[in-house]
Design a protein around this ligand. Structure first.
Ligand code: FUL
Length: 449
């Protein structure tokens, strides 16, 4: 039997790669779903769409990117090819591309250039499931085709921060079943873009388990190595009906992926942090009927504070219209998100003149004195994840009317924990007490707003 000390030593030895740290620091970034579906009012195309229907006459990638930057996001992942197989770049490997549409322009080029111009990262979504390709289901012939497309995207458009591959796959569709050569795909991505994280059906960033924006109360980044296979195994489980799919997934997700109790039985562990992905509207693609269904600001802020502030990253989808622009209702909401974040997190009261932060007892307590009694609506804590994720439970005490009272009790911190007090509390002094951790805690940031 492993002692508690041996177990903790084994757990804290699991740490992120440089690329995973950079990814985590991206925090909040955009998904852009755009393809022939935008013109057919569908969520999943079947691959028979005629490229002639694709003509987003007013497309302006800078309009998208400016709205994304305005929301406080730091990256953009574009569906370069969704399940219908239509390519937003002039792939030389198929005729099912923008080059054969009336639009003709290379959208991947325009979007990646706009990202660079406005200082955000660019990533690609490339669906392994391709309902157009005649090669799909033919084993190595399709793998060669998919790898060829990967190579076009990873060599022609500058630095890529993420390759997003999902597991959706029509089992037995028209008798076609493709077993993806994942290891080969990963090797090509590592060779051509060593800094890119491979998400969902990949080894770097895992799917949080639902598409509705729900988060776990205790999200762990050190998890059993077999967690990496979940999406690949579940690759046939998805349904086109998003709403039903979301509901079903929520009730099916596993709440505990990384507690000490769970990990002590696991031999192989990995650093595999969660990403929360959801859409600003009910669908992933634009539908005119959803123009007035843009999710309320409060709802999106809630997802932000529980994902970025819950040791995850937040990938928010905004679908361009058939004109090739973000709809004004989405642009307005993105602006409101950015405005909220800029205002709420503008001044860290713990860093104002006269304030002080003292760490005691091997990092187990942190005392924050503010310069005066202030309204506090958020406390932000960060662990230095280069030393793994250590904190298992903690509480916060605030001095209210001269006495310290417990105002929050929680479990994990990880890369970032945001605690919201609503209504705001009035205090001039806070104590953060780490009750349980894997070896000494490494809290590296305390923010009071
Ligand atoms: C899923 C896809 O089937 C959806 O259409 C969407 O792209 C979502 C992000 O991933 O697997």
């Amino acid at each position: 039997m492993e002692t508690r000390e041996e177990l903790d030593k084994r757990l804290v030895a699991v740490t992120p790669s440089e690329r995973q740290i950079k990814f985590q620091e991206t925090e909040f970034y955009a998904f852009v779903h755009f393809t022939v579906n935008t013109f057919t009012d569908k969520e999943w195309g079947d691959g028979t769409e005629n490229p002639a229907i694709f003509n987003p006459k007013k497309l302006n990638a800078e309009q998208w990117v400016k709205a994304i930057v305005d929301a406080g996001m730091r990256g953009l992942i574009l569906t370069c090819k969704h399940h219908d197989g239509f390519c937003l770049w002039p792939s030389k490997l198929t005729n099912h591309t923008v080059a054969y549409s009336p639009f003709e322009r290379d959208i991947v080029r325009e979007v990646s250039d706009a990202c660079r111009k406005y200082g955000i990262k660019f990533g690609v979504y490339l669906s392994p499931w391709d309902r157009n390709s005649k090669l799909y289901g033919q084993g190595k012939a399709y793998d060669d085709f998919f790898v060829g497309q990967l190579k076009e995207l990873l060599t022609g458009y500058g630095n890529i921060f993420c390759v997003w591959v999902d597991g959706a796959c029509g089992e037995g569709e028209n008798g076609k079943k493709q077993f993806y050569d994942w290891d080969r795909y990963y090797a090509v991505i590592r060779e051509l873009q060593p800094e890119a994280c491979i998400n969902v059906c990949g080894p770097d960033i895992r799917w949080c388990g639902n598409e509705a924006g729900h988060t776990r109360p205790a999200e762990w980044s050190v998890v059993p190595a077999r967690t990496r296979d979940t999406e690949k195994i579940a690759e046939n489980s998805q349904k086109e009906d998003n709403e039903e799919f979301r509901q079903r997934k929520i009730s099916a997700w596993d709440q505990d992926l990384g507690s000490r109790g769970l990990l002590e039985k696991e031999h192989e562990l990995v650093w595999y942090p969660a990403e929360v992905n959801t859409s600003i509207r009910p669908g992933w693609f634009w539908h005119e009927s959803e123009n007035d269904k843009v999710r309320p600001l409060q709802d999106l802020i809630h997802v932000y504070e529980n994902s970025v502030g819950g040791n995850s990253t937040f990938l928010l989808n905004i679908p361009p219209t058939n004109e090739g622009l973000f709809h004004e209702n989405d642009v307005k909401r993105l602006h409101e998100i950015g405005e909220y974040l800029r205002k709420e997190y503008a001044v860290n009261l713990a860093e104002q003149s006269g304030a002080s932060i003292e760490t005691g007892e091997n990092g187990k307590t942190v005392l924050v004195r503010l310069s005066k009694v202030s309204a506090v609506s958020h406390v932000v804590l960060q662990e230095d994840i280069r030393f793994s994720q250590r904190v298992e439970s903690f509480h916060i005490e605030a001095q209210l009317d001269g006495v310290y009272k417990t105002v929050y009790s929680g479990t994990v911190i990880g890369y970032k924990k945001i605690i919201t007090f609503e209504p705001a509390m009035y205090t001039d002094s806070l104590r953060i007490i780490i009750e349980d951790s894997r070896k000494d805690p490494k809290v590296m940031f305390v923010g009071v707003y």
